[in-house]
Design a protein around this ligand. Sequence first.
Ligand SMILES: Cc1cc2nc3c(=O)[nH]c(=O)nc-3n(C[C@H](O)[C@H](O)[C@H](O)COP(=O)(O)OP(=O)(O)OC[C@H]3O[C@@H](n4cnc5c(N)ncnc54)[C@H](O)[C@@H]3O)c2cc1C
Length: 401
Amino acid sequence: MHIIIVGGSFGGLTTAFDLRRLLPRRQHEITVISKERRFIFIPSLPWVAMGDKTIADISFDLDKPLTSKGINFVAAAVSRIDPEARKVHTDSESHDYDYLVIATGHRSANEAVPGLGPFDGPGHSLMSPPEAEEARDTWPAFMDDPGPMVIGCAPGASCLGPAYEFLFEAHHALKQRKIRHKAPITFVTPEPFLGHFGVGGFGKIRQFLEGELEDRDVRYHTSAAISKITDSSVELADGTAFESRYSLIIPPLAGVKPVAEAKGLANPKGFIPVDPYYRHGDFENIYAVGVTVALPPVEETPVPVNFPKTGHMTEQMAKIAARNIAADIQGGEKTTHELMVECIMDMGDEAVHIVADPVRPPRDVSKISKGKRWLWAKRFFANYFLWKMKRGATRSPKWVW
Ligand SMILES: Cc1cc2nc3c(=O)[nH]c(=O)nc-3n(C[C@H](O)[C@H](O)[C@H](O)COP(=O)(O)OP(=O)(O)OC[C@H]3O[C@@H](n4cnc5c(N)ncnc54)[C@H](O)[C@@H]3O)c2cc1C
């Protein structure tokens, strides 16, 4: 059998390494095809935007870690997927597969709001390495000549955590330079309340974040629908406009082009509907994991907020998919479980540790805990994760992590 995995990040690498352990090398070939030839620890992009880390610090080349484990690596962008013919195409080659795993992440749907940037408008973002580097390159000029700034998320956003992280980090950086009083910060979010995060909130996160923003003199607006970003303002659909000299706004996400365009593969937003085993409903030999998967919102909100897919959740999906592909091939019971989430949000000079199990309410566990120790834990974890991924050490002591 030949299993092709498209994507070399959280989802693609975890699936590849787990499958390599589950399927004998001599009988089954595994190939990872990735547009980006490096694994980049995306959760550290806010640190890149702040100039604390470089992309080189938070990444490694995929070639050796994969080939040394007996996994083929093709550094190329997939331009077309043909599920009927069981082929994926790059600009120069085509590859046949028996099983396909799609782990291509997202495309930032910047077209949703005029002015969402940074390459399509004056807004800044940090959803991809080039965008985080652009934010880093433009941030010092703002620090030298500060003014009002708006940080937030556009309607339909699903990855809201980085907006909060950038907010706390920007506040901290301005405060350290003793220029915070020159930069009024407004936080604008489609969430019905702070800390909804597309999962209906958890524990006391709402009261916690309201208190933290109020402590920092940050004005916030919830259920807000950003409709336009200009050089000097962020505008809402109800006509409200906030003056802003530096606007960092998280866009809504969509599926990448070859997935969105493949006949019968994706929903209208380009995300892939899957069954509880992460297998496509119509194509039995196609699995999808991570941000590319279509997962419905937890509830309807006045302004749309979509369900998040974190790195931790992506790993869980990848582990489930790998087990089920091995079960398809070798025989055995298929398996699945509810996703849970554990993450640490940087707050500048400290951090908050969040656990929600399961992610969708109602839950058995909803916990938050704040402290400097969590900032150290976050820094340690970022390096540890790179170290373990480089060695293919995706085996987890617990089934869920
Ligand atoms: C700024 C930011 C901060 C975050 N912070 C956290 C956090 O603190 N904790 C947490 O758990 N999660 C966090 N997340 C979410 C986490 O980064 C994602 O859940 C995770 O990256 C998803 O992994 P993935 O494999 O699905 O996709 P991605 O990481 O997006 O990777 C997609 C892969 O597909 C490849 N690819 C794309 N298109 C093609 C193509 N056409 N052909 C070939 N290859 C292709 C890319 O090169 C890449 O290798 C954050 C996300 C962002 C943007």
